[in-house]
Design a protein. Structure first.
Length: 361
């Protein structure tokens, strides 16, 4: 196969590309705008491979997308390009509307025109795989709100997004399904839980805490830190996504989770414990934990039921939270120069996503 991956220089996209090039015989075309969160250093292991190609293209640019489709003639699209940080979406929602909604629409139309021109057998095999998030579902009951067995997100859970980010991703999901229903474009949607692992841009919780801890900076916990997330190691997610694009059924949705529900405070304390062990200092890292005002509209709990992935596609995560997190902490210890370069003055781990604006305290 030849697979066109959008957002391939990002965190999850680069993991997908590394997996494909290193574990299959397929070819990859990486289409990426290279925003602040996209970095080609994440692909150095595969960049010289003859089965890999890079195109510096914005998915909102229809003419460039048409050129890429015509040049490479892909058999499938894996659409990962997205603005993805909730805090940034609160501070500046416009970029999320543009990339996640308008960009997805533009890509769908380019793919549809290309797909319509294919020979029947190639057309039948083509897939458009849209990668989304569990945040489109809103939040679930928290253990302190409900006794007994707590519900999980399934593929049938109704959408109820809370943030500009999740609302924009929900919109893109609806567009993808509409292009299947109306135009017949063979689409598949996946919704995943919180990813973590190597090459994660340090605006997200786990890399931010690791780097702040090492630099002696405060480790910010939103609210009481009791928000629950299901954590998925990024390389497990990459394997799952490849399973879906190669074996998944057109029109289906697949939820991909790590089976690791943890409160945010648990995650931070575990990172501190690992660092106490492998990079000890005079004081305990947990002493740097500080509590800050919560994020506006913060969802309290996410948790995914991945039964469909297990039963239909024979996928389960290989990493436990403990093994994956230890690998992640060690990677950041070993790759401090990457961390410094990707921030490069554009972001220094400052707090984003508050409702305060200049002149309005």
């Amino acid at each position: 196969m030849k697979i066109l991956v959008t957002g391939g220089a990002g965190f999850i996209g680069s993991a997908v590309i590394r997996h494909i090039i290193q574990n299959t015989q397929d070819s990859v075309v990486n289409v990426d705008k290279l925003t602040y969160a996209g970095n080609l250093e994440s692909l150095e292991q595969v960049a010289s491979n003859e089965r890999y190609a890079f195109e510096h293209v914005d998915i909102c640019n229809r003419a460039e997308l048409d050129r890429v489709f015509a040049k490479y003639q892909p058999n499938a699209v894996m659409h990962l390009a997205a603005e993805s940080h909730v805090d940034r979406s609160i501070t500046g929602p416009a970029a999320f509307i543009e990339t996640n909604i308008v960009g997805t629409y533009t890509l769908l139309e380019a793919a549809r025109e290309y797909w319509n021109g294919l020979d029947s057998d190639v057309k039948e095999a083509f897939r458009f795989h849209h990668i989304s998030t569990d945040e489109v579902y809103g939040d679930l009951p928290h253990p302190d709100e409900q006794e007994g067995e707590l519900p999980l997100f399934t593929e049938e859970t109704s959408y109820s997004p809370s943030s500009p980010y999740s609302a924009s991703k929900a919109s893109s999901d609806h567009l993808v399904r509409a292009w299947l229903r109306t135009y017949g474009l063979p689409t598949i949607v996946t919704n995943c839980s919180n990813n973590y692992g190597p090459y994660h841009f340090p605006e997200k919780l786990i890399p931010l805490v690791i780097l702040n801890a090492l630099e002696g900076k405060p480790l910010p916990i939103y609210g009481e830190g009791d928000q629950i997330r299901d954590w998925l190691y990024v390389e497990d997610h990459a394997r799952a996504l490849y399973k879906v694009v190669t074996e998944g059924k057109v029109g289906e949705t697949y939820n991909i989770g790590g089976h690791n529900e943890k409160q945010n405070i648990e995650v931070v304390e575990t990172i501190c414990s690992i660092l106490d062990e492998i990079r000890p200092k005079a004081t305990q890292y947990a002493e740097q934990i500080t509590y800050v005002t919560d994020r506006p509209g913060h969802d309290r709990r996410y948790a995914i039921d991945s039964t469909k992935m297990k039963n239909e596609l024979n996928w389960i995560p290989e990493e436990t939270f403990e093994t994956g997190l230890r690998k992640t902490v060690q990677w950041y210890l070993d790759n401090s120069q990457w961390c410094t370069r990707v921030q490069d003055g554009s972001y220094q781990r400052e707090r984003l996503g508050t409702l305060e604006v200049e002149g309005n305290q």
